[in-house]
Design a protein around this ligand. Structure first.
Ligand code: NAD
Length: 463
């Protein structure tokens, strides 16, 4: 039996960061991972998709090179090389995580962990079984794609993100089921590569968690690029052919049969709570997610859960941050504050990009705030015009009473980088006053963030 101060189960961005932090705090730490270090994010999610989307962006730029006075003819791309580059990027970072864990003296066990109760854990692998024990165990087992009955991914005609990320050839047509971040990023990627894409979303707006105004602009931009979008619609039946599927789509408008070569199922995720021995503990699971308090503590003393398996938002940066807070709390560090879910940014790396933090206008109103809303379009921003990307909007939502920035929502060039400015603002609890008196470099896209603040108070200068 190997005894540790802390054991982390799962080596994704929640687990490996928690393990490094624990080791930094002087704890003897183990991490158990059954597949890849870096988890879904690094191997099959955030990182490899960003590599694919970068290729799509390059293709788009070349396709529109004329706009910049550059003539390019004979544009061609090699799908195998695009996919190989994406896999290479994931591979490099996976090795990097292994190196970081080693440098921080975390003992890594390759295998499947199962809780045995009483702070004990069994790790099984091809090599056999090992027993570990600790008074503090952090579960960071992540989540996997949810599948719908009758439309289960089969790896051939119906894809999850995994097959969608490693296509051997390009389908002519594609139906993307679900218009959350995964669905929209793949719709954007395949559209740039010339595939005929249809998106089917059950709710009445794409990117349903985003501000309605921003989602409407995204919807318009994707349609202009040739993506067909059906909202308030569901795939209710699937008929498989040899190399294509017919999706029966029901909506308020009626029933439609859509034949496509491939279908991507991107209808959300479920937590990985099975076969990890939760039945040997008092931890509770609701709708596939482990229930935790604000410090990630489950109902079983000494057992914690962080990241996707502990519930929404299922985002890598939320998982890492939760992991750090959880481990620091275990270490007895004073003055910690629990994770503020209202300060977790969300980014969708489609073209155009979408990014946000905090409350949407509708949510703020729903919560009883009297709001002041500011808007600034990129078409009035010098840098955006110079870049040739003047489409998009920055929107701010302030509390009229206190001036607190309740939320910020953006669509357009590089907004996934810019959002961090508003995240810092929210973290520091700044009001409109500090934001108005912050000097933004000229010419930058971020000047739109300044103007969107000024606009909320009737002081915008460039519109
Ligand atoms: P999601 O929950 O964000 O979106 C799923 C979408 O599918 C929802 O809009 C939902 O209304 C829709 N849907 C559900 N059932 C449907 C049906 N029967 N027919 C049509 N539509 C249906 O989940 P996701 O996009 O699969 O992503 C999973 C998780 O990964 C999310 O938490 C997401 O935030 C995260 N993620 C984040 C990023 C990023 O930050 N860039 C990228 C990928 C994934």
């Amino acid at each position: 039996m190997n005894t540790y101060d802390l054991i982390v189960v799962g080596g994704g961005p929640g687990g490996y960061v928690a393990a490094i932090r624990a080791s930094q705090l002087g704890m003897k730490t183990a991490l158990v991972e059954r597949e890849h270090l870096g988890g879904i994010c690094l191997n099959w999610g955030c990182i490899p998709t960003k590599a694919l989307l970068r290729s799509a962006e390059v293709i788009d730029q070349i396709r529109h090179a004329d706009r910049y006075g550059v003539s390019v003819s004979g544009l061609e791309f090699d799908l195998k090389k695009i996919v190989a580059r994406s896999r290479g990027v994931a591979g490099t970072l996976n090795k990097g995580v292994g190196h970081l864990l080693k440098k921080n003296k975390v003992d890594v066990y390759s295998g499947h962990a199962q809780l045995k109760g009483g702070g004990q854990l069994e790790v099984s692998s091809d090599k056999g079984k090992e027993e570990l024990a600790s008074n503090s165990i952090v579960l960071a087992t992540g989540a996997r794609a949810r599948s719908l009955p009758g439309i289960e991914p089969d790896g051939k005609l119906v894809w999850t993100y995994k097959e969608a990320m490693t296509p051997e050839s390009l389908p002519k047509s594609l139906l993307v089921m679900g218009a959350g971040a995964i669905g929209i990023e793949f719709a954007s990627f395949y559209n740039s590569l010339g595939v005929e894409v249809t998106v089917v979303e059950a709710l009445d707006q794409i990117l349903p968690i985003e501000d309605a105004e921003i989602a409407a602009l995204a919807d318009k931009a994707f349609r202009q690029k040739g993506i067909r979008i059906l909202t308030g619609a569901r795939v209710t039946e699937l008929r498989k052919g040899a190399d294509s599927v017919v999706a029966v789509v029901d909506s308020a408008g009626g029933r439609e049969e859509i034949e496509v070569e491939r279908l991507i199922s991107a209808v959300g995720v479920v937590g990985n709570t099975e076969n990890i021995g939760l039945e040997n503990t008092r931890a509770e699971v609701e709708r596939s997610f482990i229930q935790v308090d604000e410090w990630s503590q489950t109902a079983e003393p000494g057992l914690y859960a962080i990241g996707d398996v502990a519930g929404a938002p299922c985002l890598a940066h939320k998982a890492s941050h939760e992991g750090i807070i959880c481990v620091e709390k275990i270490a007895g560090i004073e003055g910690l504050t629990p994770l503020d879910k209202g300060a977790v940014p969300g980014c969708t790396y489609s073209s155009p990009q979408v990014a946000s933090v905090g409350l949407t206008e509708a949510k703020a109103l729903e919560q009883g705030y009297k709001v002041r809303v500011g808007r600034f379009p990129f078409k009035a921003n010098g840098k955006a015009i110079a870049l040739g990307e003047p489409e998009g909007l920055v929107k701010t939502v302030f509390d009229d009473k206190t001036g607190e920035l309740l939320g910020a929502h953006m669509i357009g060039p590089e907004v996934t980088e810019m959002i961090q400015g508003y995240v810092v603002a929210r973290q520091l609890e700044t009001t409109e006053h500090e934001l108005m008196h912050t000097i933004f470099a000229h010419p930058t896209l971020s000047e739109s963030m300044h103007e969107a603040t000024l606009d909320a108070y009737g002081k915008a200068l460039h519109i």
